[in-house]
Design a protein around this ligand. Structure first.
Ligand code: IPE
Ligand code: IPE
Ligand code: MG
Length: 238
């Protein structure tokens, strides 16, 4: 890593392209998701090694319920399996699990498993692995607006006191810094309802590499590219 330019504190990844990866090999889509799990492991390990503080992975969107029952079931099973298999590694590497999304809409078994892994891994964690599950950026903003509305109606919050900090504090990502870098694999030039509020000044990195092919060197390339970017936040350039 070149010295001087800071690394991102928070990296978010839209893990896309599992289906295409499988299709290109004549395999069923579910095999692509299975192959993608290894890339998840590698990404977590690399982020931890690089000293990144938060890694947010888009694992299942609210819109992904539109997929076939088999595909949805496979994704839920893979998540369950990942939580069981990874627990020792997460503990060893001091990676704490966190989740964002409408968690109450996930199968009860998954909810229990998530709670258990969060409780076990969060104390003393050096990095947060934040999984976006049943997540939608608009749903997140909607939930925040409702919660804020209730506080105003209940008299605990003044409408005039609502500012950007208040909104941020009511999002699922409360307490986390906004992402500095957003990576999307497999080349689509869209954000697909991911972290709409939080990415206002995030650097975007889109690679044609499909998620199951996204390995350590690809992640490092994205970090190197980030270090070359000049972030201006609306100010004049240097
Ligand atoms: C990403 O891969 C995984 C999830 C959305 C859960 P896709 O399944 O979207 O793969 P493509 O886009 O069809 O190739
Ligand atoms: C985004 O990928 C969601 C996840 C990676 C979980 P999609 O494959 O669902 O997005 P679209 O449909 O191509 O926009
Ligand atoms: Mg896709």
């Amino acid at each position: 890593m070149p010295k001087g330019s800071p690394l991102p504190k928070h990296v978010a990844i839209i893990m896309d392209g599992n289906g295409r990866w499988a299709k290109s090999r004549g395999l069923p889509r579910v095999m692509g998701h299975q192959a993608g799990i290894q890339s998840v492991r590698t990404a977590v390990e690399t982020a931890r090694e690089m000293g990144i503080q938060v890694l947010t992975l888009y694992a299942f969107s609210i819109e992904n319920w539109k997929r076939s029952r088999l595909e949805v079931a496979t994704l839920m099973n893979l998540l369950d399996e990942y939580l069981s298999k990874e627990l020792p590694t997460l503990l060893k590497n001091q990676v704490g699990l966190s989740v964002i999304g409408r968690i109450e809409g996930l199968p009860a078994k998954i909810q229990r498993h998530l709670k258990e892994v969060i409780a076990k891994t969060r104390p003393g964690a050096k990095m947060i692995l934040n999984l976006a599950l049943n997540y939608g950026g608009r749903a997140e903003i909607l939930d925040a607006v409702r919660a804020i509305g209730e506080e105003v109606a209940g008299g605990t919050l003044n409408a005039g006191a609502i500012d950007e900090t208040v909104i941020s504090r009511h999002l699922y990502t409360r307490g986390l810094p906004d992402p500095d870098l957003l990576i999307r694999t497999s080349g689509e030039l869209r954000v697909s309802n991911f972290l709409l509020w939080q990415i206002s000044y995030t650097e975007l990195y889109i690679t044609p590499t499909l998620w199951p092919d996204f390995k350590r060197e690809h992640f490092v390339d994205a970090l190197l590219e980030f270090q070359r970017r000049e972030r201006r936040f609306g100010a004049e350039g240097t």
